[in-house]
Design a protein around this ligand. Sequence first.
Ligand code: SIN
Ligand code: MN
Length: 255
Amino acid sequence: MILTDAQINQYRADGYLLIPDVFQGEALDQLCAARDRIIARPDRAWNFLETEGGPVRAYNACHWDEPTFADLVVAPECLQPAQQILGGDVYLHQFKMNPKAPFGGSSGWGWHQDYVNWRDFDGMPENRALNVAVLLDDATEVNGPLYLIPGSQHEDALGQDRANKTPGLTATEVGDDDVRRLAEAAGIVSATAKAGAVLIFDPMIVHASAPNISPWTRHTVYLTYNHVDNALTQPTRPEHIAARDATPLTPRATA
Ligand code: SIN
Ligand code: MN
């Protein structure tokens, strides 16, 4: 999937791009079937739990044990926009599927900038990465969609609140004053779309999500691509969160 100049300009200005209906029909059905096979294994070694023995907060590295997700990593719909925006060869830094369990079963994600975590915990030298999120359930206003502050990717790393945070497990948070300043200037958008949409977003954009109190689950897969010249220098987190293999990826041929 090749982005137009207008889409790339919009991404650079806003820090995100939401593209509806990228995956549909059989392709979407296969992704949802893979989602369900992963969900059926809450005891996967790489899952990150909300609390000890509690519900899953992130299914990490699903591309290791689910071939449909391995295939998604090299799908032209995901990989080509990453190569285009990052300007060259990329590899996969991180793969996760986040569930938003209904009735408040999953907690939210506080306001944060992803890259700051990758810099501090993984030694990623620069922000030459991006996230491609694939919605595997409809994300609506009521089931804990991702919130983004447009244009906030142009900020520096904002004062991070590390109080009571465990490095590598919970995203470091941006302070309230910065969130207020940015949101009052640019507003907050919620990335709502039907399953099969793709959300591409800059790892410096300030983003968050609330708990889901609706009866409907929201699963989203996040693929983080990084430029091959920007590989990790001092990763402190395990391979299922911070990949060491920076071999360039090649998009698979379209069917
Ligand atoms: C994230 O920011 O990494 C995930 C947030 C979410 O899935 O709601
Ligand atoms: Mn994030």
